[in-house]
Design a protein around this ligand. Sequence first.
Ligand code: ADE
Length: 248
Amino acid sequence: MNFYVMTLFPEMIRQGVGTSITGRAIERGLIDVQAVDIRDYSKDKYRHVDDYPYGGGAGMVMQPGPIYDCYQDIVKHMERPPRVVYMTPQGRVFSQEIAEELSREENLIFLCGHYEGVDERILEEIVTDHVSIGDYVLTGGELPAMVMIDAISRLVPGVLSNETSAQFESFQDGLLEYPQYTRPEEFHGKRVPEVLLSGHHANIERWRRQKSLERTLRRRPELLEHAALDKKDREYLDILINSSNNKE
Ligand code: ADE
């Protein structure tokens, strides 16, 4: 899978994705991340890519020309126009579902905005998706682009060392992950739950599922509305809800 990031801070992207799991995935050729400097497409001898906003107001606006030339350079060898994601707090809020959808693309372009924004005409012309990573305002689109690249890359086959591990964690079936333990068996007086030491796989599976349900109910109850639950899950949730009602 190929990611192209149009940015004024290519080093930030290279440093960010070049380490840890995404870094290894790049080395192994499973993903490719090209950080493309929009300034390289400035026609100005000082490499300016921004100007004052028409109509007045504070700050500077990124001009459409350099972004367009940068985009053309990226897509010139592609058979069909790829999706272009513009990071903005005005977009659809990023989720595991969007990560899964985007992980099926062969090429993805991210456009990172800065200053007070980007000329609307270039957004209208090339952007296919407006995406936010949450209801807060960042200084630019680089961190959101890296967040999205990370979440999408780990869904690319082979990127996680244990192929199954992307399936068994938070948001699998729409539930939060169960708690994990490792050695020692006792830490600061707290023992690892006995069932995990029992070697009884069916009991361990049941315990983990119940912990996932408990956690989701306590921490993110709204997720239960869309979670994939069977009859046993619902019965267990009823028990949890009734027992907490009885305590009140
Ligand atoms: N750019 C600035 N803030 C952002 C956010 N919350 N999500 C995506 N892009 C942004």
